[in-house]
Design a protein around this ligand. Structure first.
Ligand SMILES: N[C@@H](CCC(=O)N[C@@H](CS)C(=O)NCC(=O)O)C(=O)O
Length: 328
């Protein structure tokens, strides 16, 4: 695991000492937007017009941030127009790699062995962590974006005029304010909250994070008592940003990240909600539990030095959820 400094790979993990044992996530540095006409989006530069077969997505099936982009690629009908590469689930001294393995899809563009080569191909003196997902432009040979929250907003609408599934809109105008508010609550406390708990290196930092995480889950549990989805009757971006964390929670975060005050199966509403989303046609195909479990338990040797992957838990995301009754 490591990062690039001036285009050179260094095998080093996050330094939590500078911050009293707290994990601090690196910022995403490529922030361009694919738009309908190629004009600039809310950040970055112009020149990234939505066109079929122009863009390529680099992901890991283990990664919750990459998972969002795969769900959108599937549900928006973008699979035929946006190609994909899947990294090997294990992330060790070279970071994400494309070494052969079950479910790995090699890089057809640069024939890269390592994900960091994609970053240096876009910017030869790149400094920063090498994360997935990455949206690559085959025309300009550069990275459009490495920020999942923005990639899903592009996928939601930019390709609608060139063959995406227009009927599906996870960011309806009238709900944007509510979705943004939910995201602002869920990102720091839950999506990133599990990492703040798991990557903490002091008791105090861990305690703060885990308590905060479960306070937030308790609030979500309450919210989902009267609403089928986070904003009500329709699935929105807020749901697809929460789902990848929830589906990983009991198999990984409870044990590996010590998020064990409660399990998701102990929350009746959240547990039904996860199954409800999992059962949306196409979604189950985006969940690869082997990659998820082998990545976390098998990569973070500071947390799990033996790299042993636990066999359990036995979870069936396909059992009926009964949440239709909450829909109007
Ligand atoms: N803000 C980024 C975060 C992506 C991210 O942190 N991905 C993780 C995998 S789950 C990663 O690639 N980590 C490698 C590292 O930190 O060195 C996004 O949402 O796209």
């Amino acid at each position: 695991m490591g990062l690039l400094i001036d285009g050179k790979w260094h095998d080093q993990w996050y330094d939590t000492k500078a911050n009293e044992g707290r994990f601090e996530r690196d910022i995403s540095r490529f922030r361009n937007w694919v738009t309908v006409d190629g004009s600039a989006g809310s950040s970055g530069t112009d020149g990234f017009k939505a066109e079929p077969n122009r863009y390529h997505l680099y992901v890991s099936l283990a990664c919750p941030w990459a998972h969002r982009t795969l769900i959108y690629r599937k549900l928006k009908g973008l699979e035929d127009m946006i190609s994909v590469s899947v990294a090997h689930p294990l992330m060790h001294s070279n970071g994400w790699t494309f070494q052969p393995g079950e479910g790995v899809i090699a890089d057809p563009l640069l024939n890269a062995d390592y994900m960091y080569q994609i970053y240096t191909a876009a910017k030869s003196d790149y400094s920063g962590r090498v994360t997935v997902p990455v949206l690559w432009d085959k025309k300009k040979n550069t990275i459009v974006s490495n920020e999942s929250s923005e990639i899903i907003r592009m996928f939601n609408s930019a390709f609608d005029e060139v063959g995406a599934n227009k009927e599906v809109d996870f960011l309806p105008e009238e709900l944007i304010a509510e979705i943004d508010e939910l995201n602002e609550f869920i990102y720091p406390n839950i999506n990133n909250g599990v990492y703040l708990s798991g990557f903490a290196t002091t008791q105090k930092a861990y305690d703060e994070a885990v308590v905060n995480l479960f306070d937030a889950l308790d609030k979500i549990e309450e919210r989902l008592a009267t609403r089928r989805y986070l904003t009500g009757d329709t699935i929105t971006e807020a749901d697809w940003r929460l789902f990848p964390t929830l589906v990983r929670f009991d198999p990984v975060y409870v044990v590996h990240f010590k998020c064990n005050i409660r399990r998701i199966v102990d929350y009746p509403n959240i547990w039904g909600y996860v199954r409800d989303l999992y059962q949306v046609p196409g979604v189950a195909e985006t969940v690869n539990m082997d990659h998820i479990k082998s990545h976390y338990y098998g990569s973070h040797d500071t947390i799990n030095p033996t790299l042993i992957v636990p066999r359990g838990p036995e979870i069936d995301f396909m059992t009926p959820h009964g949440r239709e009754k909450l829909s109007n």
